[in-house]
Design a protein around this ligand. Sequence first.
Ligand SMILES: O=C(O)Cc1cc(O)ccc1O
Ligand SMILES: [Fe+2]
Length: 317
Amino acid sequence: MRLLQRRRRLPHRATARDPELLITTECGKMLVPPGEIVVIPQGFRFAVDLPDGPSRGYVSEIFGAHFQLPDLGPIGANGLASARDFLSPTAWYEQAHRPGYVIVQKYGGELFTATQDFSPFNVVAWHGNYVPYKYDLSKFCPFNTVLFDHADPSVNTVLTAPTDKPGVALLDFVIFPPRWLVAENTFRPPYYHRNCMSEFMGLIYGVYEAKADGFLPGGASLHSCMTPHGPDTKTYEATISKLGGPEANTPTRLSGTLAFMFESALIPRVCRWALESPSRDLDYYQCWIGLKSHFSHGKDGSDGPATTSSDDKDGEK
Ligand SMILES: O=C(O)Cc1cc(O)ccc1O
Ligand SMILES: [Fe+2]
């Protein structure tokens, strides 16, 4: 299964014509503007044309499971991505003689080519649900805290490819869309953390809430399993400086941004091409240089308490 995503041009604004992908599949064609995703199930022949010229995007290929909508749990009936917003193509076919038509196929991790004299797009009608589909990410209905604390990003799962272990994803496709931040008495950006999942992130447009600098649209970051990460120093200091003031508890709207994460229980191997790429950011760690502790315990050289108890917290929670 392939998941393909386009990025928006910078700056984020409606251009005379936003660049679209024209994706032809055995089930028909899909025009895919920036901000939409496409899922092509394993085995489908497809072609990607660029009617508006060069384009960039992100692709994830998974094996052994298919994407599905996440269980909504206590959210209940409505929220996140709705089944009705996933669109599949109408059947389309071509039957002209096409000498020398080259098919590229991936098998066992290697690419093979085959030549045939007809187009693979010769399916005149189809039915069923094993089909390509696309989804406009602006249709996503985000959920989050409405009082305090920072939710796990899985709350923003668009599609999940599960493993046999309940709650453990082969791949979650998670987005960070425009939304209101309303949490009170809370450090609102993503918390500092390390966890058992590997997190590949990309930015489609705008600025990501945890990275004031350096993470640009079209770029990507990878925090593999148990690699500590979190907001850059600039974001942290800007947030901390507002804590205690009225702004920290005022609802603010995150606008003009769309980031995403491929989150997997597997550990991705980084290919040589990526490791040797001139675009690799060898200075990435510098985004955390200068991080200071703002806790008051221990400033006089003494240690803070060895344990926390519920007495240390505000009575309200
Ligand atoms: O690392 C990241 O930026 C992604 C992320 C976002 C968030 O709001 C909480 C946890 C998390 O891993
Ligand atoms: Fe993370």
